[in-house]
Design a protein around this ligand. Structure first.
Ligand code: KKD
Ligand code: ZN
Length: 312
C-alpha cells in the first residue's frame, strides 16, 4: 500500500479512562479509584488522561446499575431528552457524561475513551472495537497485540445492525472497550486486575508515540465480528431448562462446529449447535446477560486492513 493511503488524525490530547460503567466490575472500579488519587501511572507526555467513575451510585451499591444499564443509555433519544429528576438515574448520568466528554459525534468530543469492564466469561483480555473503519483504533489494537505477544488479546468487533448498543465510551471519537475475565461480579482477582493494567499501559504508550509523530505503516488486524446472540433453551413459560454444556463452558474464542455440544438440559440431555458453519462463541455464560436472554454471542473471524496513520 502506498503513502497516499495514509490517514491523518489530529493528536489525541484528551483521553479518558472510565471505570464503574458497571458498578460490580471491580478491576475497572479499583484501578480508576486508584488513579483518581494518583494519576502518575496513566499520564503521558502531551496527553491529558482523565480517570472517571461513570456510575458512582452503582459502584456504591456494587450492582451493575441502579435504574437501567448505563452502557445501553447513550442513544440519541436519551441524550437529547429534556433533562429532569424524573428520568432514570443512568439516563441523567449519560447526559452529564455526554456534556463532560462529548457531545457525542461532535468535534469537541474527547479523542479516546477507554471503558474498563470485567466479564464472568473466560475471555481473557479482550479489546472491543465499534467500527471496522476506525484506523486509529485498528492501529492501536495492532500495537497492543504486538506489545503483549506471546500473550494474546482478541479483538471483538461489534457493528451488528441490531446487536450493537449505545455505550458510555461511544461519546469519544475513538471508543475502546476493555473486557477482562474471568472474574466474578463484586470480586477482585489479582491476575485480572494486572492484565487490565498492562493493556491500558500499552494503549497509552501508543497514544504518546502517535502524538510524538511516529508513523504507523499499514497492517492487518484479526478480529471476531459479532454475528448472533444465542439464548438459553426455555420452556413454554420462559423458564431456562438447560445450562451451557461442559464442552463449551470456558471455551470462549474456540471454534464451535455444527453438531458440537452446546447446552445440557437439567435431565442430562445434550443440545447440539445446528448452525451452518463454524463460529467462535464468546461471552459464554456471562452473569450479566441472563437478564438479556443471552447465553453467548457467536462471532466470525475476519482480517481487517488498517491504513497507515500519522498525525495531521
Ligand atoms: C459483561 C459486560 O458488561 N460487557 C459489556 C461489553 C461492552 O462494554 O461492550 C456490556 O455488555 O456492556
Ligand atoms: Zn461491564
Amino acid at each position: 500500500m502506498s503513502s497516499h493511503n495514509t490517514v491523518s488524525f489530529s493528536e489525541a490530547r484528551r483521553v479518558a479512562v472510565f471505570g464503574g460503567t458497571h458498578g460490580n466490575e471491580m478491576s475497572g472500579v479499583t484501578l480508576v479509584n486508584l488513579w483518581v488519587k494518583n494519576g502518575a501511572e496513566i499520564q503521558r507526555k502531551g496527553v491529558e488522561t482523565k480517570p472517571f467513575i461513570t456510575n458512582p451510585k452503582a459502584v456504591e451499591k456494587c450492582s451493575r446499575y441502579v435504574d437501567t444499564d448505563l452502557n445501553r443509555a447513550f442513544t440519541p433519544e436519551n441524550l437529547s431528552a429534556p433533562g429532569g429528576d424524573d428520568l432514570p438515574y443512568e439516563v441523567q448520568r449519560a447526559q452529564e457524561i455526554n456534556r463532560l466528554f462529548g457531545p457525542k459525534g461532535s468535534p469537541e468530543a474527547y479523542d479516546v475513551i477507554f471503558d474498563l469492564h470485567n466479564t464472568t466469561s473466560n475471555m481473557g483480555c479482550t479489546l472491543i472495537l465499534e467500527s471496522s473503519k476506525d484506523h486509529f483504533n485498528l492501529q492501536m489494537m495492532n500495537y497492543i497485540k504486538k506489545a503483549i505477544a506471546p500473550a494474546s488479546c482478541p479483538v471483538l468487533l461489534n457493528e451488528h445492525p441490531l446487536l450493537k448498543y449505545s455505550t458510555s465510551r461511544s461519546v469519544a471519537k475513538h471508543p475502546v472497550g476493555l473486557e477482562v475475565g474471568p472474574q466474578p461480579q463484586g470480586v477482585l482477582r489479582s491476575n485480572i486486575f494486572e492484565a487490565m493494567r498492562v493493556i491500558l499501559k500499552h494503549a497509552l504508550d501508543f497514544i504518546e508515540l502517535f502524538n510524538e509523530g511516529m508513523e504507523f505503516p499499514p497492517c492487518t488486524v484479526d478480529v471476531f465480528r459479532v454475528s448472533e446472540r444465542v439464548d438459553y433453551p426455555r420452556d413454554a413459560n420462559g423458564n431456562i431448562i438447560a445450562m451451557v454444556h461442559p464442552n463449551l463452558q470456558d471455551c470462549d474464542w474456540e471454534p464451535l462446529n455444527p453438531g458440537d455440544p452446546m447446552f445440557q438440559t437439567f435431565d442430562g440431555k445434550t443440545i447440539h449447535y445446528e448452525g451452518a458453519g463454524t463460529v467462535y462463541p464468546t461471552f459464554i455464560n456471562e452473569a450479566a446477560y441472563y437478564e438479556k436472554q443471552q447465553a453467548f454471542v457467536t462471532t466470525r473471524r475476519e482480517t481487517l486492513v488498517a491504513s497507515a496513520i500519522r498525525k495531521a
